[in-house]
Design a protein around this ligand. Structure first.
Ligand code: SAH
Ligand code: SF4
Length: 367
């Protein structure tokens, strides 16, 4: 089997080049070609000695997951469905805004954690994505977008993807090693050079892995809270039975020791009549008192047979106001989400903000 170079960070590539008898600076050159120039064909790597190019042709490939579907909506929101050989594939979405471009990346096919309101969780777990499949999502997005004008600004950008959020399918911290290696490549100045604060890992609260992430790669952290007390959280985020809120809050505080001047983003999916009542907002204030944080309120994105309903606009408003009055920064996502397949939960909400109709059509076509 040839070595897929997308599976290796610079350290790994350098070690692999060492085995081939090649110097570290050669590894760096090839790394630039792959990630900065987006070149997969070794023949095009013109400043590499011909003998090395031939060696690479025989022993290596640069292979991102195959695109089974790609769609750009009128406002530039773009979605790719990648063929990863199983189930329905995984999805990646790019959301251009005036001052940034955010890519939502998947980490697993399915998810084992079974949050009750999540369509990925309902699918069950299939497998972890490889490093090549994770970084391949950015590789494909970055290099296809940088040749096109941004639909929001009309400009061509050398760096179309300014932010990455690990909020697609799967629980990133349950695929720890592959995700950390991929994050390292995102941050590496020899590759995408994204700053630590512009890369966000979203977790449902795998406490030991949060500690390991803090040590290995303290990127921005979003924690999927969804309930302010254990009784309720046990029901909708079952991993809470293993890592209850007291432990989760302590882990958040420890995380910020490694990421000074940062804050935790608490995600809170609003489920009508389940967790969207004012008393829960007040409990959240108590719960998060000692954690520097912001809140992101996400209206539930319905999917067939979910058993949940979207919150009323008024409940969202009241909930938000209570948190704001207590001094919290709160963002909310407007959504027309009824018609959106919520596989990419929060993201589908964001996309629906601008292009609900287009996405609806897209999902139908993709199905
Ligand atoms: N597994 C990670 C990251 C992927 S999910 C996590 O749970 O954090 C990204 C976000 O989308 C999470 O906050 C998740 O709770 C939310 N989400 C999942 N299903 C949703 C739905 N149907 N509607 C709205 N948000 C949803
Ligand atoms: Fe998994 Fe996140 Fe969905 Fe929970 S919300 S089932 S952790 S993808």
């Amino acid at each position: 089997m040839p070595q897929n170079l997308l599976d290796l960070d610079l350290e790994g590539l350098t070690a692999w080049f060492g085995e081939l008898g090649e110097k570290p600076f050669r590894a760096r050159q090839v790394f630039h070609w792959v990630h900065q120039a987006g070149v997969a064909d070794f023949a095009q790597m013109t400043d590499i000695a011909k003998s090395l190019r031939e060696k690479l042709q025989q022993q290596a490939v640069v292979q991102a997951p195959a695109i089974s579907y790609a769609h750009t909506s009128a406002d530039g929101t773009r979605k790719w469905l990648f063929d990863v050989g199983v189930a329905n594939g995984v999805e990646t979405v790019f959301i251009p805004e005036d001052d940034r471009g955010t890519l939502c990346v998947s980490s697993q096919v399915g998810c084992a954690l079974e949050c009750t309101f999540c369509s990925t969780g309902r699918q069950g777990f299939n497998r972890n994505l490889t490093v090549a499949e994770i970084i391949g999502q950015l590789w494909v997005a970055h290099h296809s977008l940088k040749t096109e004008p941004n639909r929001a600004t009309g400009e061509i950008s050398e760096r179309p993807v300014t932010n990455v959020v690990m909020m697609g399918m799967g629980e990133p911290l349950a695929n720890f090693e592959n995700v950390v290696t991929a994050l390292g490549i995102m941050l590496d100045d020899h590759a995408y050079g994204l700053s630590r604060r512009r890369v966000t890992v979203s977790t449902s609260g795998l406490v030991p892995a949060m500690d390991r992430l803090a040590e290995r790669c303290p990127v921005a952290l979003a924690v999927s809270l969804h309930a302010p007390n254990d009784a309720l959280r046990d029901q909708i985020v079952p991993i809470n039975k293993k890592y209850p809120l007291r432990e989760l809050m302590a882990a958040c505080r420890r995380y910020l020791v490694h990421a000074p001047r940062d804050f935790i983003t608490f995600e809170y999916v609003m489920l009508a009549g389940v967790n969207d009542q004012p008393e829960y907002a007040r409990q959240l204030i108590e719960l998060t008192r000692d954690v520097p944080c912001k809140f992101n309120l996400i209206p539930f994105n319905p999917f067939p047979d979910s058993g949940y309903e979207k919150p009323r606009a008024e409940s969202m408003r009241v909930f938000r106001q209570i948190l704001q009055d207590a001094g919290y920064v709160v963002t909310t996502r407007k959504t027309r989400g009824d018609d959106i397949d919520a596989a990419c939960g929060q993201l589908a909400g964001k996309v629906a903000d601008k292009s609900g109709r287009v996405l609806k059509r897209m999902h139908k076509e993709a199905a």
